[in-house]
Write a new protein. Structure first.
Length: 235
């Protein structure tokens, strides 16, 4: 009896390993297929980036395939260009994706996500360069504010704050709200006149999946922009 139980346990372990390996192999195959389809779709839409990287979340994978529903598919894109603010890295999470097995098998699948969320970080150096604020440095000063420091023509050393906001679901606006010069520099009236000119609205690269810019936050690493979309055809 003990020998039988031992053999049974070994068989179950082996079967478990085989199933796990098959599950991961199937997931990797699907990830490659989705990545290729997403890449082709992006090229059709004129979106410039490196080839997307895809990772299907959830285990077991094969049960998701059988049901034709995937809890979450993560897509990573790098070096999106085309706007005034390039995105070095865009992370996208597609939720509740439907792709019937029969369509996957015959190559006609058009995966649709109920919701897609994304986020990217824009460095402060990129923000300064795009805005044309020569001689200025930006650092985080709150959820939607940045600290302004540097040296500008005619005024010299300055310090202040600027706010960063979303405009029209596709643009980022940077507006200096306060600015002061060093003691003994030019009058505050001149500084205020200069400050009022420091407002720029910047475009982002063309985005995949009909993503709409919904929020912007300032972090120590840079400007974190967030996106969302609903009922999205991924490929």
């Amino acid at each position: 009896m003990r020998k039988f139980l031992t053999i049974t346990a070994v068989v179950l372990v082996v079967l478990g390993v085989v199933v796990a390996v098959a599950d991961r192999a199937g997931a990797h195959y699907a990830e490659r297929e989705i990545a290729a389809r997403v890449s082709a779709r992006m090229q059709e839409q004129g979106i410039t980036s490196t080839p997307p990287e895809v990772e299907i979340q959830g285990f077991p994978f094969l049960t998701q395939v059988a049901a034709g529903k995937y809890t979450e598919i993560d897509i990573t894109m790098r070096d999106l260009k085309g706007g005034e603010l390039p995105l070095p890295l865009l992370n996208v999470a597609a939720h509740d994706v439907e792709a019937p097995l029969s369509q996957l098998m015959d190559g006609t699948a058009r995966p649709v996500a109920a919701r897609v969320d994304g986020d990217a970080t824009v460095s402060y150096a990129s923000l300064v360069e795009a805005s044309g604020l020569t001689g200025i440095s930006l650092t985080s000063a709150g959820p939607n504010d940045v600290r302004v420091t540097g040296k500008v023509p005619l005024i010299g050393e300055v310090t202040g704050t600027a706010e960063v906001t979303v405009v029209d679901g596709s643009h980022v606006r940077l507006r200096v709200t306060s600015l002061k010069g060093a003691a003994g520099s030019v009058s505050q009236t001149i500084i205020n006149a200069y400050k009022d000119r420091l407002a720029v609205t910047l475009t982002l690269p063309k985005l995949p999946f009909n993503l709409e810019l919904t929020d912007v936050q300032t972090e120590s690493t840079g400007l974190v922009v967030s996106f969302t979309a609903k009922d999205v055809e991924l490929a």
